[in-house]
Design a binder for this molecule. Sequence first.
Ligand code: PNS
Length: 170
Amino acid sequence: MCRGERAKPTMKTSVAIYPGTFDPVTNGHLDLIGRGEKMFDRLIVAVLKNVDKEPLFTLPERIEMLREVTKQWDAVEVDVFDGLLVEYARKRGAGVILRGIRAVSDYEYELQMALMNRKLEPRLETVFMLPGESYSYLSAKLVREIAQLGGPLTGLVPTVVEQRLRSKVS
Ligand code: PNS
């Protein structure tokens, strides 16, 4: 660049997708959404319309809970996707897939997915973020199990999700 010449302001906007099953959304997911919301111009929380898994909550229920608990963030959108994640990202103009890594045990699966997604769409980057340490042992699977066995859910899920879980398993 020549002397006196100013760097052109970039018009870059970043759209990230945070995909998952969210059955149901936990405080760990929410922690990650809050961190992602600070990093990206737009964060799309994309719920997989999964035909293989037998979820506890229906797709509309999972969407409704996610919308409720993310309503304080204007830059966060909740959507549904079907089929390949890379196709959905292309359709939505997203350049980043956001995923959380809680512990080393998550790494192998996440690495495999990230590399496969890169193979399918080299322009798409996977960004890993760490949720708060207090959520490192938290998973939607364990939350469902605790709810089904009548255990306490305080601090694990937002209040609205706790209420839904209680009525779902009662
Ligand atoms: O919350 P989860 O169940 O860990 O999320 C997994 C998810 C939805 C991110 C993953 O299963 C996915 O992206 N599925 C979409 C289908 C796809 O693109 N498969 C190839 C990925 S390597």
